[in-house]
Design a protein. Structure first.
Length: 92
């Protein structure tokens, strides 16, 4: 959540990208974790903006035994429920 604007971003961590720890490590390193909307934000306003205004929350947690398909379906459900495609940083 961008606490400055209220805009949301929903991401997932599947076994393809190392599950939760590796995914969150990517956000800590660069502020965007590879998401194109967040990359544009970091480029425009800087990594310090993300450090200052973004709050991260775990909506659901799965282990490696859960199929990636299930995780991606849940990610899509959260994007729809929170309308992060319309009002946030999710373009997909």
């Amino acid at each position: 959540t961008n606490k400055n604007t209220g805009k949301l971003y929903v991401g997932s961590a599947t076994s393809d990208n190392g599950m939760l720890l590796q995914r969150w490590t990517a956000y800590v390193k660069n502020g965007h974790g590879g998401n194109k909307e967040l990359m544009a934000l970091v480029e425009k306003l800087g990594f310090e903006y993300v450090k200052s205004y973004f709050q991260y929350s775990i909506l659901e947690n799965y282990n490696q035994k859960v199929e990636d398909k299930v995780i991606l379906e849940r990610e899509s459900w959260w994007k729809e429920t929170l309308q992060s495609r319309k009002w946030g940083y999710n373009a997909n």
